[in-house]
Design a protein around this ligand. Structure first.
Ligand SMILES: Nc1nc2c(ncn2[C@@H]2O[C@H](COP(=O)(O)OP(=O)(O)OP(=O)(O)O)[C@@H](O)[C@H]2O)c(=O)[nH]1
Ligand SMILES: [Mg+2]
Length: 444
């Protein structure tokens, strides 16, 4: 979603990263370029300006310390400011049981779809802990004849229960739904509401009335990410009803992310989730710190780890994380990582979270998939000692390993340099990770 911005910033920062000194001039020049990139990414002018003012202010007090180069220090500073700007470090969406979630938003914003995704996520999360979660979905959308049928289909796909009120009077329907929920004792009620083409007083009044009847524990505004900056105005109009935070949908499309960038700063409310597709699983939690890492091309390591958790054994992962943190990753770890990746699914779905991912093409991904298989074979052909101390791999040893794995010495060399890069990256990620919540990107 921030691909465009990320690409631009990546280029800007690769120039400044290697600089030996930071001067007022090169900071100014970089800031100008960042400003341009933000505007091109559809960030409102005043918001981009405020962001750069913060960055410049922080850059004045920059002290070059530790093992980061001055340029890297500047990037770290931009990262810290960006995290603050996107809403700080908290992952804000919190569902306390029993919960009543109400969604509001314009027609076609993605309310119904989001509720399906939320139901699915809640049920799946509970299942992972061997628990059951009773979720009821109901709608008071009488604007569009097929709206309630749509919710019924969605609820079935998500594995949630569904209730259809017998009346078409909105407030009576609300009362009926509340009574049914109470009688059946559902832990979560997800209530869908009608959208309109524009925000009007009728819609706002209806929502306010519904809210005072239902007393939702969570009020969520669903915004269409495709409409860009306009979504900020839409959000402004819903503040009279009141909402706790937003979900920005369709961020898989051509959305440049400018509105998401500006949202927390302008509305002082969090973004809870990002919708990244039409499927039930296309929902991503919005974490400002991870998003900042992603925008800066550092990859969204924590998200990747979360996805991995579902398919990789916990102890196995913790051991790996510890070694990563200690900076003592070995070729064996590397092989294990490749195996984990194999279990997590195809590279195509993973690659978007990796550093510099915006530069990767389909062809490169399939090439990488071939490499991954070759690398596994190569590491498999090494002796335990060679795996532990790859520096002992002489020409003759490399030839033997290549033969044993059905590859060439060139591929063996390629693996070794990849491994070096991986180590370097872990080192850098560790340093960036120190700044927030006292944990590294691989820590929890
Ligand atoms: N690509 C993409 N499409 C989405 C996303 N979220 C929703 N959609 C699509 O957007 C369209 C509208 O979604 P709905 O969930 O029906 O929107 P709504 O807000 O309930 O609309 P009304 O009920 O008419 O007010 C559907 O075709 C969805 O499949 C998303 O994150 N990405
Ligand atoms: Mg709907």
């Amino acid at each position: 979603m921030f691909t465009y911005l990320s690409q631009k910033l990546h280029d800007i920062f690769s120039t400044i990263a290697g600089q030996k000194t930071l001067t007022a001039q090169n900071i100014e020049a970089s800031c100008d370029q960042v400003f341009q990139a933000l505007i091109e990414a559809d960030v409102p002018y005043a918001v981009a300006q405020s962001f750069l003012d913060q960055v410049k202010k922080a850059a004045m007090g920059i002290k070059v310390t530790g093992s980061l180069k001055p340029g890297e220090q500047f990037i770290k500073l931009v990262y810290d400011e960006l995290t603050k700007f996107l809403g700080g470090t908290t992952a804000a969406f919190n569902l306390q049981l029993p919960a009543t979630v109400l969604v509001m938003g314009l027609q076609g914003a993605g309310k119904t779809t989001f509720l399906g995704k939320l139901a699915h996520a809640q049920i799946a999360q509970a299942q992972q802990k061997n628990k059951q979660r009773s979720v009821l979905m109901a709608s008071v959308d009488f604007q569009r004849p097929a709206a309630i049928d749509q919710l019924e289909v969605v609820s079935r796909q998500a594995g949630a229960s569904f209730y259809r009120a017998t009346t078409t009077n909105t407030l009576d329907a609300v009362k009926e739904i509340i009574a049914y929920r109470r009688a059946q004792g559902f832990e979560i009620l997800l209530l869908d509401t009608a959208g309109r083409l524009h925000v009007d007083t009728a819609l706002l009044k209806e929502l306010t009335d519904i809210c005072s009847l239902v007393q939702p524990t969570n009020k969520i505004l669903v915004l269409d990410g495709m409409i860009g900056q306009e979504s900020l105005h839409v959000a402004q109009e819903f503040t009279s009803v009141g909402f706790d935070g937003v979900v920005m949908t369709k961020m898989d499309g051509s959305a440049r992310g400018g509105a998401a960038f500006a949202f927390s700063y302008q509305l002082k409310k969090p973004i809870f989730y990002i919708g990244t597709g039409e499927k039930l699983t296309d929902l991503t939690s919005f974490h400002p710190d991870r998003m900042a890492q992603r925008i800066l091309g550092m990859g969204d390591l924590l998200t990747l780890i979360e996805q991995a958790e579902a398919s990789v054994k916990k102890e196995e992962q913790e051991k790996m994380a510890q070694r990563m943190m200690a900076g003592t990753i070995t070729l064996e770890d590397f092989a294990q990582q490749l195996a984990m990746m194999g279990r997590m699914g195809s590279l195509t779905s993973l690659v978007q979270y990796l550093p510099g991912a915006q530069k990767v093409s389909e062809a490169q991904i399939s090439q990488a998939e071939i490499e991954m298989k070759q690398f596994k074979a190569i590491i498999g052909s090494m002796t335990p000692k060679e795996r532990k101390y790859p520096e002992i791999l002489t020409g003759a040893r490399k030839a033997r390993v290549a033969k044993g794995s059905g590859t060439t010495p060139a591929t063996v060399n390629q693996l070794l340099s990849r491994f070096e890069q991986c180590k370097q990256f872990v080192k850098l990620a560790k340093q960036f990770g120190k700044g927030h919540q006292g944990r590294g990107p691989w820590g929890r």
